[in-house]
Design a protein around this ligand. Structure first.
Ligand code: NAP
Length: 482
């Protein structure tokens, strides 16, 4: 990556206690658009992971002692540096993750916005004084940092899934050890370069990289010095890690998979709904946890909606994320494209009809074409699973109750969307939908001011918003007798 403006951003080993560490065992990081090896990163050893946890534990009381204004100032400097290097950070992300440069630039700004937000929230950690219950007593409630935090993050948002956790943890007075996905370590390591430059003290922000996620995960979830564990990734791995945390009774938060329904009623603004759907679905080529996964169309508007959707997709250009003309790029690897192909094939076998896209044979690269499949059934695999690709899966319904029932008939409960101009219908639908987040006539639902998180098998805990610090704080009740 000699074309970076600042080649110092590219690091090849773990960042522990403010130092860069290497090891004998290296793994390649691959550009998913071209299959070229970008470079190699050193696998963190067990002793390096131990060092990171110990360093975070040593640094934590000193970081906690700083005033909220001092912590905020460091976070603000970090955010400013991220902004200064946004072009390089976006290029690194596009090369290792595959998303378009526009998407990557958007993610850098989005990731930074959580640091901006939590730098301010650091100053707003309030306790309570409870009205007296006896003449000689008083109770006060204070909030304190939980301690050392360990985090494991996914490849689909290699920067933002880190800053959304780390900014809240650091603002609260915690220190953190993060293991990013092995597909996208460079974005994480670049954040560490800038954290150091921002003056965030050694040991406060640590990154351990490795392909042996199982072993690193066991250390992070089982270590007694780690007081809080936070994970973003698949439900399958989240369940396993939650179990691993049980023995040491850690505070846990889990941001897991989704299977978002997108309901369009007959009174919806169809152009608005189509645009919102395409924007949400094409972001990161459909590889987002809040991506609309099942599109329920009310029969009276179904044909008009399909026509507009197909016309809109015909204008989209797909290609290497680095090319300026690419509106949408590739998936994280060929295996991901093969999985999407299998889901489309099974939907076809269940009676689904391709309106645009699809492949006649299994993909031979990480690219999967924009695909609309109509006449999908509720029991088809494509309805039950998270597609994680640029496939629009359409189901037509007659009665609103039927759409709501089918929308809720899943183990997931992350995001959902509903489009209508009828306030009563919207009120009834939003009350009935079992989801942590609902977009009404809108799909841009993620913002630092809004609580992000799911229910059911999509996890628990909230990231961002005024609630986001709570996951990194403990509540202490102090009863004074006098
Ligand atoms: P994943 O396979 O669960 O991996 C996520 C992270 O867990 C990676 O860092 C991975 O490391 C690590 N990991 C995998 N197996 C592990 C194990 N046995 N022990 C410890 N760590 C382990 O998920 P993914 O495929 O990367 O991400 C896609 C999933 O994330 C989707 O389901 C998506 O919906 C979900 N997601 C949810 C949110 C949300 O906020 N709710 C946001 C983004 C993504 P390696 O890469 O090294 O294997």
């Amino acid at each position: 990556m000699k074309d970076l403006k600042n080649t110092e951003l590219l690091k090849h080993g773990s960042f522990i206690n403010g130092q860069w560490q290497t090891s004998d065992d290296c793994f390649p990081v691959v550009n998913p658009a071209t299959n070229e090896v970008i470079s190699k990163v050193a696998e963190a050893t067990a002793s390096q992971v131990e060092q990171a946890i110990t360093a975070a534990n040593t640094a934590q009381p000193l970081w906690q002692e700083k005033t909220s204004y001092e912590r905020a100032a460091k976070l603000q400097r970090w955010a400013a540096l991220i902004n200064e290097h946004k072009d390089d950070l976006a290029l690194i992300m596009t090369r290792e993750q595959g998303k378009t440069l526009a998407d990557a630039g958007g993610e850098i700004a989005y990731g930074k916005s959580f640091i901006d937000w939590f730098a301010e929230e650091a100053k707003r950690v309030y306790g309570d004084t409870i009205s007296k219950h006896a003449d000689n007593k008083m109770i006060s409630v204070i909030k304190q940092p939980v301690g050392v935090v360990a985090a494991i993050t996914p490849w689909n948002f290699p920067t933002a899934m880190i800053t959304r956790k780390a900014a809240a943890a650091l603002a609260a007075g915690c220190t953190i050890v993060i293991k990013p996905a092995s597909e996208t370590p460079y974005s994480a390591l670049a954040l560490a370069v800038l954290a150091k430059q921002a003056g965030i003290p050694d040991g406060v922000f640590n990154i351990v990289v490795g392909k042996d996620s199982r072993s690193i995960g066991e250390q992070l979830t089982q270590h007694p010095l780690v007081k809080k564990f936070t994970f973003t990734g698949s439900t399958k791995v989240g369940k396993l890690l939650n179990k691993q945390c049980a023995e040491s009774i850690k505070k846990v938060s889990l941001e897991l998979g989704g299977n978002a329904p997108f309901i369009v009623y007959d009174d919806a603004d169809i152009s608005l709904a189509v645009k919102a759907l395409v924007d949400a679905k094409l972001r990161n080529c459909g590889q987002t946890c809040i991506s609309p996964n099942r599109i329920y169309l009310h029969r009276p508007i179904a044909d008009a909606f399909k026509k507009q959707l197909v016309a809109s997709l015909e204008k989209v250009t797909q290609g290497n994320g680095e090319a300026a003309e690419s509106d949408v790029a590739c998936l994280i690897h060929q295996e991901a494209a093969e999985n999407v192909h299998k889901l489309v094939e099974s939907a076809k076998a269940d009676g689904g009809k391709i309106l645009i896209g699809g492949l006649s044979q299994s993909p031979d690269s990480s690219f999967f074409p924009l695909t609309v499949i109509d006449n999908v059934t509720h029991s088809s695999d494509i309805t039950l699973c998270e597609i994680f690709g640029p496939v629009f899966s359409l189901i037509t319904f007659d009665e609103p109750e039927q759409a709501i029932e089918q929308a809720n008939d899943t183990e997931f409960g992350l995001a959902s969307y509903v489009f209508s101009q009828n306030i009563n219908r919207l009120q009834q639908t939003t009350t009935a939908l079992d989801y942590g987040m609902i977009g009404v006539n809108d799909t841009a639902i993620s913002h630092p001011i809004a609580p992000f998180g799911g229910i059911k098998h999509s996890g628990f805990g909230k990231e961002g918003s005024k609630y986001g610090l709570d996951d990194y704080l403990i509540i202490k009740a102090i009863t004074y007798g006098f």
